[in-house]
Design a protein around this ligand. Sequence first.
Ligand code: PBG
Length: 327
Amino acid sequence: MAMNNHFKRHRRLRSSASVRAMVRETHLHVEDFIYPIFVIEGENIKNEVPSMPSVYQFSLDRLMEEVTEAYELGIRALMFFGVVTDKDEVGSGAYAADGIVQQATKLVKGKYPELLVVADACLCEYTDHGHCGVIHGNDVDNDESLKLLAKTAVSQAEAGADIIAPSNMMDGFVAVIREALDEAGFTHIPIMSYAVKYASAFYGPFRDAADSAPQFGDRKTYQMDPANRLEAIREARSDVEEGADFLMVKPALSYLDVIRDVRNEFDLPVVAYNVSGEYAMVKAAAQNGWIDEQQLVLEMLTSMKRAGADIILTYFAKDAAAILRKS
Ligand code: PBG
């Protein structure tokens, strides 16, 4: 006998794969992804990063192997991180015309002009102390660092980068980069600001991959305190006022609430950075047979979009693109 109609039957909309697909609220697309790649000086190098299984450092002569694979999976946006041996106090490698990221950008744009190169503008991979700017006393000097960051952004644009993504968390970085790009004739190049970037332990594996760990202290005077939510709005608001075209939240997984706040407060595209530690945790569990990696990757990336992200920077981009292609 049928039950009286005094409760709701939510299961009606879950009864088959087809109906579930019909009512699904959030979808992943290959266009959502930006794929980060580590580029290392030297020849014939393809080094796996120990803390990031299946992520490699590529020398320039091997880089196109990886880029072509990503391209063929439908990925249309890349980000390069440079791994260099010659470092100095002022991170000259970041803004050298023949710097490694500049060379990688030229190479890729030469072969795939429609592939977007998003340039991470920061100094930490190029400074001998590993901090994201110039050191005065025992701390990073904000305004001195801005000048070098602006130089970095312009040199990346000159190399052919399509989008500049400043990540060193100096106050005013969007304003200064916007002005420098405009003066150099790059008014059409958008800025994807790492607007909300926390001082996070989730960056550990990246610092191995990019050899960018701070040699003393930490990044807590410039990256945000993980406990703060309102501060994220203040950070994002100033970047909007300074002319940012995209707002990024980083890391992603422990900060889904912040992604949602930024989504609700602003009308710019929101980017979530699914960082190295988030990647490493999934890989480690999968290698132990403790979780279903494919399911988990889709679930995590979907949660970032559900939280409000439009775009996801992720080391899983190729994997996710391959899964989406099959399904
Ligand atoms: C550079 C930068 C970092 C990451 C991206 N750009 C590291 C840091 O702030 O130490 C981390 C990305 C990741 O963990 O995947 N400032």
